[in-house]
Design a protein around this ligand. Structure first.
Ligand code: UGA
Length: 438
């Protein structure tokens, strides 16, 4: 076997496509694998099927280098790869708060029967603790190479919008392994990343699985903590921004992930804390992480309170009112609308009888598919035409740059509800707007 292993990346969604592209750019030979033939064709022809700054350029570069291609064939993947990364999604189940492991199990069942030599399979997907041990046993059972097929767990911490940087220069790598051989295979796979002095934590499978959910739970807790403080501030007239700034000077607390507002969404934080609480209950330690339910509750309340603020700004009723919703993605620099607070608020206002017109710089197609009941515009100003109230729901830079006078020229009423604290209140108030924020 060559010192530098050949990699496969199974599942070319957000995580897998980014991992495959970045590893190829870093000099490794990579084969991406997906059951979706259309996605495979698009990637092979240089099209990234989602919005991520910098990634399309790197895909072109990786394809031109000849080190990256994509396939639907697991047989080909098994013949090619020395290390197989499992990057399929683990969404929330439709019928409970648990993680849906269908795609992961299907990937293992498709790959394993072709594994006829010593290889490493490395899981990257976010999973309930204990999943890796189950998959390791399944691989041994299904693979012709039996015990020669080892499993490692290598959680991924990338953020959408910063995925390239987070993959090329991660804060840390976590290798959950059961042998020195597996550890050394991972070291070889990540050699170009490790060359930049990235810290590595080598640990067991279950700790590696837990690091990921513990990290996301901590981040969710930080956001809900400041949003809980915001609720108290609202009741007392205190200023949560001054509070957050004052807290942040304490290096033990730090200032990141302390931005109050509409709260967290996306395909990770909300479902991960629910799946973690669920798994902990199964393990008999539900009480230990019972606070995560409260974190989820505080987060959901932010959406309800934003709706209340819009209703209040319209004088108590939004029925028949025209609402301009600026933003649909769960955060800026993303077209991801999974569990997006913005669309949740927009859809709730629509259910209450408002006519809601949405504009988002990147997530329009996804939003339209998920919420055909909402109206859509081609720009922020277009969305705001004749609006009774404008609601800022995702803090894209282009919304921060809107001049109050330009917006005032097209709306029916100058009412602004800033769900993300993205605007300067004094500027809008001075321009004659009824400016409100949570
Ligand atoms: C999150 C984690 O940050 C990543 O480390 C992790 O790898 C990823 O989930 C995952 O599990 O795959 P991501 O979902 O891309 O990454 O987005 P974040 O930047 O974490 O933002 C999550 C949400 O929190 C967004 O809706 C954002 O608007 C909100 N947020 C963030 C706040 O409301 N306040 C803050 O101060 C920070």
């Amino acid at each position: 076997m060559t010192a530098r292993p050949r990699l496969t990346v199974i599942g070319t969604g957000y995580l897998g496509a980014t991992h495959a592209i970045c590893m190829a750019v870093l000099g490794l030979e990579v084969l991406g694998v997906d059951v979706d033939a259309d996605k495979v064709d698009r990637l092979n022809s240089g099209v990234v099927p989602f919005f991520e700054p910098g990634l399309p350029e790197l895909l072109t570069k990786a394809l031109e280098s000849g080190r990256l291609r994509f396939t639907t064939s697991f047989r080909e993947a098994a013949a090619f790869g020395d290390v197989h990364f499992l990057c399929v999604g683990t969404p929330q189940r439709a019928d409970s708060e648990a993680a849906d492991l269908t795609y992961l199990d299907a990937a293992v069942t498709s790959l394993a029967p072709h594994l006829d030599r010593r290889v490493l399979v490395a899981g990257k997907s976010t999973v309930p603790v204990g999943t890796a041990a189950r998959i390791a046993a399944r691989l041994r059972e299904l693979a012709p190479a039996g015990d020669q097929v080892e499993l490692a767990w290598n959680p991924e911490f990338l953020r959408e919008g910063f995925a390239v940087d987070d993959t090329m220069r991660p804060d840390r790598l976590v290798f959950g392994v059961t042998s020195d051989w597996a550890r050394d295979r991972l070291r070889a796979a990540f050699q170009p990343v490790l060359a930049q002095d990235v810290p590595v934590k080598v640990t067991d499978l279950q700790t590696a699985e837990l690091v990921k959910v513990a990290a996301n739970s901590f981040l969710a807790t930080k956001i809900s903590y400041i949003n809980a403080m915001a609720e108290v501030c609202e009741a007392t007239g205190a200023d949560v921004h001054d509070l957050a700034e004052a807290l942040a000077y304490d290096e033990r607390i730090g200032g990141r992930f302390l931005r109050p507002g509409l709260g967290f969404g996306g395909g990770c934080l909300p479902k991960d804390i629910r799946a973690f609480a669920h798994r902990a209950e199964e393990l008999g330690v539900g009480q230990a992480v019972g606070f995560l339910r409260e974190i989820d509750g505080i987060n959901r309340r932010r959406r309800a309170r934003t709706v209340d603020l819009v209703v209040a700004s319209c004088g108590g009723d939004v029925a028949g009112k025209r609402v301009a919703a600026l933003g649909a993605a769960f955060k800026p620099n993303s077209d991801d609308i999974r569990d997006a607070p913005a669309l949740d608020v927009a859809a709730t206002l629509r259910r209450m009888g408002a006519e809601v017109v949405v504009y988002d710089p990147a997530a329009m197609d996804n939003a339209r598919r998920a919420h055909p009941e909402l109206g859509y515009a081609t720009s922020a100003l277009d969305a705001a035409r004749d609006a009774d109230v404008v609601v800022l729901l995702t803090e894209w830079n282009e919304f921060r740059e809107i001049a109050p006078s330009a917006l005032a020229a097209v709306v029916r009423r100058t009412r602004m509800v800033d769900g993300r604290h993205a605007l300067v209140p004094a500027v809008w108030a001075a321009a004659g707007w009824d400016y409100r924020a949570l």
